[in-house]
Design a protein around this ligand. Structure first.
Ligand code: NAP
Ligand code: ZN
Ligand code: ZN
Length: 346
């Protein structure tokens, strides 16, 4: 066992504090990663606050992890010492069910093993990336392309794949009109990815304060949802809407912006139920869908796509002792556009 430095939440209501956690010995198919950077996802906040359900404390979160391979097990073939690697939202799955066999381990019918707050194979609770090291099965470790700086690559492991996967599944591309609701961590990557795929991209943000940034990221249009005229101007116009908002929004108002056969995909994960009127779906034969992260194969495809198109995340690098301040800012939508922890400063 390896004892490593980390930041952990002592409870749902207290600030995160320095802590130590145990990492298992490196097994035959395991990789020890020296973590360089870890992104702060809004899911980390939902989880530590217990908003999605009870979790065991103390808990270390973080599932946007990049670092260097520091040790490999005897049977490891996919990664070597010194490789630049990443770990996202899951560290294992059953590998036998239909969904795992289809390469969609995130939808493992026996439940994927989340990078944090999940029950691992050995019965322990998984602890995430706000730490200096992690031990992960090689099959759940990604290659981080050389051309993407470590710190700007970290958030791709969740924010990148969570938006790439639905954009691919619902075929964003030349000729399609895509709207992204919320320009935060997920939203800013949705804009960059949809633009790189060739779609016409519109941002729907609470205000116009980030419009210049949005256009620089590739948005063709930018509207404020605080202005009721936005919902008139844009009705019946989009093929795909990606909703990244972490809170409850008026779904019907956004669904009315879909064109014939359009789909609104919810990736935002507020704890509360989201009400909608089915009559809004009857109009234009609209669909309302959800999407959860992405499989390992698709996550690698996304990383390679970002390298090929020169994409990475817009980040604010912070020291681990600034986590609580970053959480407070994230809760006020004050982020440009992902906080990333520099683990060397722990
Ligand atoms: P984030 O950086 O906080 O971005 C969310 C954005 O939503 C904010 O920047 C803000 O954008 C907008 N927003 C926030 N509160 C709002 C409100 N009350 N009304 C309208 N708009 C609001 O969060 P994130 O890390 O991107 O995560 C977003 C959500 O996705 C979270 O719920 C997270 O748990 C979830 N998530 C889901 C998956 C999945 O697999 N489906 C994966 C990762 C994360 P503007 O300022 O531009 O309005
Ligand atoms: Zn996440
Ligand atoms: Zn499975």
């Amino acid at each position: 066992m390896l004892t490593v430095n980390a930041y952990a939440a002592p409870s749902a209501t207290e600030p995160l504090v320095p802590a130590t956690i145990e990492r298992r010995d490196v097994g035959p198919r395991d990789i020890l990663i020296e973590i360089r950077y870890a992104g702060i996802c809004h899911s980390d906040i939902h989880t530590v606050r217990g908003e999605w359900g009870a979790v065991a404390y103390p808990l270390t979160v973080g599932h946007e992890i990049v670092g260097v391979v520091a040790e490999v097990g005897a049977a490891v073939t996919k990664h070597a010492l010194g490789d630049r690697v990443g770990v996202g939202c899951m560290v294992n799955s059953c590998r036998e069910c239909a969904n795992c066999l289809a390469g969609e381990e995130q939808y493992c019918l026996n439940g994927n093993v989340g990078t944090y707050a999940a029950v691992d194979r050995d019965g322990t609770i998984t602890q995430g990336g706000y730490s200096t090291h992690i031990v992960v099965d090689e099959d759940f470790v990604l290659r981080v392309p050389e051309s993407i700086p470590y710190e700007a690559a970290a958030p791709l492991l969740c924010a990148g794949i969570t938006t790439y996967s639905p954009l691919r599944h619902w075929k964003a591309g030349p000729g399609s009109k895509v709207a992204v609701v919320g320009l935060g961590g997920l939203g800013h990557m949705a804009v960059k990815l949809a633009h790189a795929m060739g779609a016409e991209v519109t941002v729907l943000s609470q205000s116009l304060s980030k419009a210049d940034d949005g256009r620089r990221m590739g948005a063709d249009h930018y509207f404020a949802t605080s202005d009721p005229a936005t919902f008139q101007t844009l009705k019946n116009s989009f093929d795909l809407i990606i909703n990244t908002v972490s809170a409850v929004i008026d779904l019907d108002a956004y669904l009315r912006l879909l064109a014939l056969d359009g789909t609104m995909v919810n990736v935002g994960a507020p704890p509360e139920a989201l009400p909608l009127h089915v009559f809004t779906l009857f109009g234009n034969r609209r669909s309302f869908a959800g999407s959860g992260i992405g499989g390992i194969r698709e996550t690698q495809e996304m990383l390679d796509f970002c390298a090929e198109h020169g994409l990475a995340c817009d980040i604010e690098v912070i020291a681990p002792d600034q986590i609580n301040e970053a959480y407070a800012r994230l809760e006020k939508s004050d982020v440009r556009y992902r906080f990333v922890l520099d683990m060397a400063r722990i």
